[in-house]
Design a protein around this ligand. Structure first.
Ligand SMILES: [Zn+2]
Length: 92
C-alpha cells in the first residue's frame, strides 16, 4: 500500500530518529529537557511506533510512581536499568 501524504510527512519529520534514540532521550523528554527540534522528532517517532508509545506510557507510570515514594528522586541506576531492560526487550 502506498503511504499517505501524512505518513510520508511524519517519516520525513521523524528523520533518522530510532527506537534507540527514544530510549536514550526518554528521561530528557519527561523532564522537558529536549530541544524543540528533538521534541518534535521524538513525538513524530511516537506517532509512528507503537512499541515506543507503550514504552513511554510505562516510563511515565514508573517515574510518577517512583516520584511518589518518600525518597530521593529516581536514582540514576534505576533509570539506567529501566532503559537497559527496554533496549533488550526491543532487541528480542
Ligand atoms: Zn520506536
Amino acid at each position: 500500500m502506498k503511504p499517505t501524504f501524512k505518513e510520508q510527512l511524519m517519516r520525513y519529520l521523524a528523520g533518522n530518529f530510532s527506537c534507540q534514540d527514544v530510549a536514550n532521550l526518554v528521561t530528557d523528554y519527561l523532564e522537558g529537557a529536549l530541544s524543540p527540534k528533538q521534541r518534535i522528532r521524538f513525538q513524530m517517532h511516537l506517532g509512528l511506533c507503537f512499541a515506543c508509545r507503550n514504552f513511554l506510557k510505562q516510563m511515565k507510570y514508573t517515574v510518577v510512581t517512583l516520584n511518589q515514594l518518600p525518597t530521593d528522586p529516581v536514582p540514576p541506576l534505576i533509570k539506567a536499568e529501566l532503559l537497559r531492560r527496554f533496549k533488550s526487550w526491543k532487541a528480542e
